[in-house]
Write a protein that binds this ligand. Structure first.
Ligand code: KG4
Length: 333
C-alpha cells in the first residue's frame, strides 16, 4: 500500500471573494469542497469591496471548516496537515483564512502549509484524475491575473508573460458594467454572446504579435468597446459582447501556442475563473496542432476553491516543506 494513500489535508481559501474549505486525500481525491460565494454582497459595487470581503470571510469561515470536515466524514484529529492560501490576494481576506489555519495547526500540532493561490489554481486539474507531470505550460486566467508560466516543478513556476494592465476577467467585468449587465461579467457575457445574430464587429487586435512576446493587455479592448458603443448606440449588446469575447479569448490562445512553440512543451494547463468559459475551450481547440495535451479543470475547480489549496499543500507536505506559525500574508505572489 502506498504510505501516502491516507494523508488527509484541510485546505482553506480566502484570498478574494470566496470563502472555502475542503478536505483532500493524498493530494488527488476531493472528499469535500465547500464554497461560500460573496458575489451577492459585492454585486451592487460591480467589484470586490475589500472590507466587506474580510468581514464576510470572518462570519462564515468556522462554519465552512466544520462543514468540510463533516462532508468528508472526518474529524480534526484525522488531518495530517492544514493548507491555507497566503498569497497573492486581498490582505485582510487572506489573514482570515491563514489565521484560522494557524489556530488549527497550533491546537492539533499538525503542520501548516501556506500556499500560493496561483500555483493552487494550476494544480486544480490534478484533483480530477490527471497525473501531475512536469514541465507544463500554465495559462492562468482570472479576475486578478492573466499570466503564462513554464512550470518546472512544485514551487518552481517560471513567469514567461503577464498582463501589462487589466486581467482578462477584469475586462469581462468592466465591459459588463459598462453595458449594465450583471457582476461578475464573465458568465453573463458568455451567455449573451450566444444570442448574437451578426458577428462582424471587429475590435482591434490587442497587441501586435511579435514572436516571443508573451505580454497581454486588456485595457485597450475595453476602451474600444466603450468607444464603439458610444458611437453606435443601436447595436445590440449581444453583438458587442460576442466580438469582445472573441478578441479577448483569441489573444490567450495565440500567446499560449506561441509559448508551446518556443519552449517545446506540449503539456498545457489552463486554470482560473475565465477557464470556465466554454468558448475559450473551443478557441484553444481551434488553435492546437493536435499533439498537445490540454488540461482544463471542471468549472467548479476553475473558480476559487480550497480543494486546490489542499492539493498543492499535499505536494509540499510530502516533500517535508511546512510553514512556521509566524508566516505572513502578501498582496502579491
Ligand atoms: O478565479 P476567480 O474565481 O477569482 C478571481 O480572480 O477573483 O475568477 C473570477 C473571474 C471574474 O472576473 C469573472 O468574470 C471571470 O472570472 N469568469 C469568467 C467566466 N466565469 C467567471 N470569464 C469569462 N467567462 C466565464 N464563463
Amino acid at each position: 500500500m502506498n504510505p501516502n494513500s491516507d494523508i488527509l489535508g484541510l485546505g482553506i481559501e480566502s484570498s478574494c471573494d470566496e470563502t472555502a474549505a475542503a478536505v483532500v486525500r493524498s493530494g488527488n481525491e476531493v472528499l469535500s469542497n465547500c464554497i461560500f460565494s460573496q458575489i451577492s454582497l459585492h454585486k451592487e459595487y460591480f467589484g470586490v469591496v475589500p472590507e466587506i470581503a474580510s468581514r464576510a470571510h470572518l462570519e462564515v469561515i468556522n462554519g465552512l471548516i466544520a462543514k468540510a470536515l463533516h462532508d468528508a466524514g472526518i474529524g480534526f484529529s484525522d488531518l495530517s496537515y492544514i493548507a491555507a492560501t497566503n498569497r497573492p490576494g486581498l490582505v485582510g481576506s487572506l489573514l482570515i483564512g491563514l489565521q484560522s489555519a494557524k489556530a488549527i495547526s497550533f491546537a492539533l500540532k499538525k503542520p501548516l502549509v501556506a500556499v500560493n493561490h496561483l500555483e493552487a489554481h494550476l494544480y486544480a486539474p490534478f484533483l480530477e484524475g490527471h497525473s501531475l507531470e512536469f514541465p507544463f505550460i500554465g495559462l492562468l486566467v482570472s479576475g486578478g491575473n492573466t499570466a503564462l508560466y513554464l512550470v518546472h516543478d512544485v514551487g518552481n513556476m517560471e513567469l514567461i508573460g503577464k498582463t501589462v494592465d487589466d486581467a482578462v476577467g477584469e475586462a469581462f467585468d468592466k465591459v459588463a458594467k459598462f453595458l449594465s449587465l450583471e457582476y461578475p461579467g464573465g458568465p453573463v457575457i458568455e451567455k449573451l454572446a450566444k444570442n448574437a445574430q451578426k458577428k462582424n464587429i471587429l475590435f482591434p487586435k490587442i497587441l501586435p504579435d511579435p514572436e516571443e512576446n508573451f505580454r497581454f493587455s486588456y485595457s485597450g479592448i475595453k476602451t474600444a468597446v466603450i468607444n464603439y458603443c458610444k458611437a453606435n448606440p443601436r447595436i445590440p449588446k449581444e453583438e458587442i459582447v460576442f466580438s469582445f469575447q472573441e478578441r479577448a479569448l483569441e489573444i490567450l490562445a495565440r500567446r499560449l501556442f506561441d509559448a508551446v512553440k518556443k519552449f517545446g512543451v506540449g503539456r498545457i494547463v489552463v486554470a482560473g475563473g475565465v477557464a470556465a468559459n466554454g468558448r475559450l475551450r473551443e478557441i484553444i481547440d481551434e488553435y492546437r496542432s493536435g499533439d498537445e495535451t490540454i488540461i482544463i479543470p471542471s468549472k467548479i475547480l476553475c473558480t476559487d476553491n480550497a480543494a486546490m489549496a489542499a492539493g498543492i499543500g499535499y505536494q509540499y507536505f510530502v516533500r517535508g516543506i511546512k510553514s512556521p506559525l509566524d508566516t505572513d500574508v502578501y498582496a502579491r505572489g
